[in-house]
Design a protein around this ligand. Structure first.
Ligand code: GTP
Length: 539
């Protein structure tokens, strides 16, 4: 006190954030409240508490020592350490504090002298705001983690890693882990935990952003730069975890400028990606810009600038929550886009590009689902165009393709919407008719056969018309899709062998086994069968 009174203390304004020079034996700070000062019970608080302990003195010696883990039980401060000043002290009496030595980053401190009621109001507001912000961040992180495992997309996982580590970092830095969470055991390793969380937050933020905004496509150079920078910062932060004196020096000198640079580069990369058409970049900028600006401002402040800005820590918490919400909407948008793309890809994979009906794979998938309903009757029509090779050979493949398109279109129109039509191979089509017994299926098949003939698609230059042979099989107990298709196929071969342009029900086939019937397809009695002429019809 005598030293201070003789003017040997460095003087600073208590309303401003200042970095206090720290010595190996700790640092004395004397606060001089301005006249007239506050009347009644007063509380002195230090928001965003330093990790070390602080002791309040009067002229006779120490009054009370407090640290983020050993708080005044009466005051129960959150996100700050606080001292209840003795009632007897005059409103302008100097307040003497000693900051014990700590190896932590020397961040600027601020002092707030308030009435007890005002202290309680600010403290309650803070705890509500901090709890809500951290809860939102963690909830969004968990949602992203679920999405990541459901969609198999690592972008969501990086976001979850970022938002959870950022929330953890905020909880450590603001003292939330100590009060109200009472995780006092963290204190000795708080710096290492903070560094580890910073490392995880940094690298996962960059990896998330790079993927989310698709920087590989939209800003490849900035992507490389960002990854290199994030890698460097992660290395620095990882070294800091081991808390060696040399790394501490390097960290103090480099980390915050690098953090500010990285934040700026992310905004730049996001803007470039947005200008080049990345829709997620809009979500990124909208959600992340406030937080990035605050991160940059915080690192400038830790390096000694922006002394007057007092609200950065609280604003960072709130901005973290807002950013988590906006980006969660962005991720939902991404998952919708992925679902749509997946749906389109699936459609393309399941559809026959020429005729637009299901291809073999798509039809089998869908038919298997239909067949799960064992209460329904199921009939299969196996349809094969007759002498299609002739059409191709005589009129060209273009005409062949047109015939296939016409065939598919007409089959689809003739069948009910719930019937499942597919192209099984070159000129083979299949239809699964659910809830249709064999008699009705036979009628449908005959209708199809007639309709195709009535289309009058020329088969050759001699006036022959395109026709179709149809095999019909109805589901029996213990039938699988393949056994049912096999029997319909065998019936179709019988139709071919009986002269084509007709329907054969499996019930008419005595030995409907494909290995027996297949070779007969090339037998003279079948290949010799003349295609029907315009006037003929065997159905
Ligand atoms: N234009 C065209 N032809 C195709 C397509 N897919 C298969 N084909 C042709 O369809 C013909 C099928 O010939 P085959 O299996 O001998 O049968 P077919 O001439 O219809 O004789 P049957 O079935 O015994 O009446 C072949 O010439 C294939 O090249 C296609 O997408 N477009």
């Amino acid at each position: 006190m005598r030293e201070a009174e003789s003017g040997r203390f460095h003087v600073f304004d208590t309303q401003r954030l200042e970095t206090i020079p720290r010595g190996a034996l700790g640092t004395w700070v004397l606060l001089q409240p301005r006249a007239p000062g506050l009347q009644g019970a007063r509380v002195l608080s230090i928001p965003s508490p330093p990790f070390g302990s602080v002791t309040l003195y009067d002229r006779d010696g120490p009054l009370s020592t407090t640290s983020p883990t050993t708080l005044d039980p009466d005051l129960k401060a959150h996100g700050r350490i606080a001292f209840a000043l003795p009632q007897a002290w005059s409103s302008t009496a100097p307040i003497l504090l000693k900051f014990e030595h700590t190896d932590n980053l020397n961040t600027p401190v601020r002092f707030v002298l308030a009435t007890r009621a005002e202290f309680r109001r600010v403290d309650t507001l803070w705890i509500v705001m901090a709890s809500a912000s951290l809860a939102v961040m963690l909830a969004m992180g968990l949602v992203a983690l679920c999405f990541s495992s459901m969609l198999g997309d690592t972008t969501f996982a990086w976001y979850a890693a970022y938002v959870c580590s950022y929330a953890g970092l905020q909880a450590v830095q603001t003292g939330f882990v100590f009060q109200p969470l009472h995780l006092a055991f963290i204190q000795p390793i708080a710096l290492s935990i903070g560094s580890a969380l910073t490392a995880i937050a940094m690298i996962s933020a960059v990896l998330f952003m790079v993927r989310f905004c698709d920087l590989r496509q939209h800003a490849p150079w900035l992507r490389r730069l960002l990854l290199a920078l994030a890698g460097m910062m992660t290395m620095l932060a990882t070294l800091q975890v081991f808390d060696l004196p040399i790394t501490r020096e390097i960290m103090h000198a480099l980390f915050n400028p690098l953090l500010a640079l990285c934040s700026g580069l992310m905004v730049l990369a996001g803007s470039v990606a947005l200008l080049r058409g990345s829709r997620p970049a809009l979500f990124f900028l909208f959600g992340w810009l406030p937080l990035l600006v605050l991160t940059a401002l915080t690192s400038i402040q830790v390096s000694g600038g922006l002394a007057h800005v007092e609200w950065l820590n609280e604003a960072s918490l709130a901005a973290g929550a807002i950013e988590a919400l906006v980006l969660a909407i962005g991720l939902a948008d991404r998952s919708l886009t992925m679902r749509r793309d997946h749906h389109i890809a699936r459609e393309l994979a399941d559809k026959d590009p020429l005729t637009g009906v299901l291809n073999r794979r798509g039809w089998i998938d869908a038919a298997q689902k239909h067949m799960q309903d064992t209460q329904q009757t199921h009939a299969i029509l196996f349809m094969d165009l007759d002498h299609f090779k002739t059409l191709n050979d005589e009129l060209g493949h273009g005409a062949g393709d047109q015939a296939l398109i016409a065939m598919a279109g007409n089959l689809a129109t003739e069948l009910r919407p719930q019937d499942l039509l597919g192209r099984f191979g070159g000129e083979e089509f299949v239809a699964l008719l659910s809830g249709t017994d064999s008699n009705n299926a036979l009628l449908v098949a005959q209708r199809l056969c007639r309709r195709l003939h009535r289309l009058e698609i020329p088969l050759d230059h001699r006036g022959n018309l395109l026709t179709v042979s149809i095999g019909l099989a109805t589901r029996r107990p213990n039938d699988t899709l393949s056994s049912l298709v096999e029997r319909a196929d065998a019936a179709m071969y019988t139709a071919k062998s009986r002269g084509r342009n007709r329907v054969v029900d499996e019930r008419q086939v005595e030995t409907a086994r494909r290995p027996v019937l297949r070779p007969s397809r090339a037998a003279p009695d079948m290949t010799d069968t003349d295609p029907p002429r315009r006037s003929e019809q065997s159905v």
